[in-house]
Write a new protein. Structure first.
Length: 260
């Protein structure tokens, strides 16, 4: 009977799980990593947040020091990427586009930060396969690059099916807000960048996350070092509070959901 089918426990459980997957898929606003961390909680039943970054990803070698907190430049603006606002600067970049990718970042702390934001977005499921395949090939480097590509393809396939999208389409924007960053100097002019953002939990309470990446300067631009574990989730950490030494983006991120 129709009534019996509508109230079948297995069908109701599947519907609830589908709604959960839709919510997790649209969390990804600035970074795919935030949504994937939550996705893994649903899939694996683990604690929120990924494992802390490995030493090779986030710890500066002996002799490296924390950069003085850089001020956001007065020319900072927010550029809409399919409903997702990303910060940009005339002085620090991105300076141009190469196909679907933003390129051309200054060899400065802020240039590394803006490259980290744009590449983290472009090389993750949120941007859609047309963009993330190009970003993973051209803007991500290191021995774990191939493993990351495989993981992103898998996560994108699962997420787009959950929200009924065709291959290539970006995932819908969610509610995360990019707050700011810290920068650490590494040898050979490279940088460790910590990006901090907030996103609402299922009950509406705010959560703070950090995404730790290493930016490599090569071919006169920034590339992102693929996380050694081969997943975005491995470099996401849930924080108890917003870090005190955070340099905030100024102006702050506008509301999400705009159009190109």
């Amino acid at each position: 009977m129709t009534y019996a089918r509508a109230h079948d426990p297995a069908r109701l459980q599947n519907r609830r799980r589908r709604r959960q997957m839709v919510v997790l898929a649209v969390i990804a606003v600035v970074f795919p990593a935030t949504a994937l961390s939550a996705w893994n909680v649903l899939r694996d039943g683990e604690n929120a947040g990924g494992a802390p970054p490995t030493a090779e990803q986030s710890a500066a070698p002996d002799g490296a020091s924390q950069s003085p907190a850089p001020s956001s430049t007065s020319d900072l603006t927010w550029v809409d990427h399919q409903g997702t606002p990303l910060p940009a600067s005339a002085a620090a970049g991105p300076a141009s586009q190469d196909g679907p990718l933003d390129v051309g970042y200054a060899d400065t702390d802020l240039g590394a930060v803006l490259a980290a934001v744009h590449i983290s977005y472009a090389a993750g499921p949120s941007a859609g396969s047309t963009t993330f395949r190009a970003a993973l090939e051209n803007q991500v480097t290191g021995p774990a690059q191939q493993a990351l590509s495989v993981a992103v393809e898998k996560d994108y396939a699962e997420a787009r099916v959950a929200v009924d999208l065709r291959d290539g389409q970006p995932l819908p924007p969610g509610d995360a807000t990019l707050l700011g960053y810290t920068v650490e100097q590494l040898p050979q002019g490279n940088r460790h960048v910590q990006l901090v953002l907030t996103s609402a939990a299922a009950d509406g309470s705010p959560q703070v996350f950090s995404v730790d990446v290493v930016m490599i300067r090569q071919d006169d631009d920034w590339c992102l070092l693929a996380p050694s574990a081969g997943t975005w989730n491995s470099i996401v950490t849930q924080l108890p509070d917003v870090p005190m030494d955070l340099t905030r983006f100024d102006p702050a991120q506008p509301p999400t959901g705009g159009g190109d």
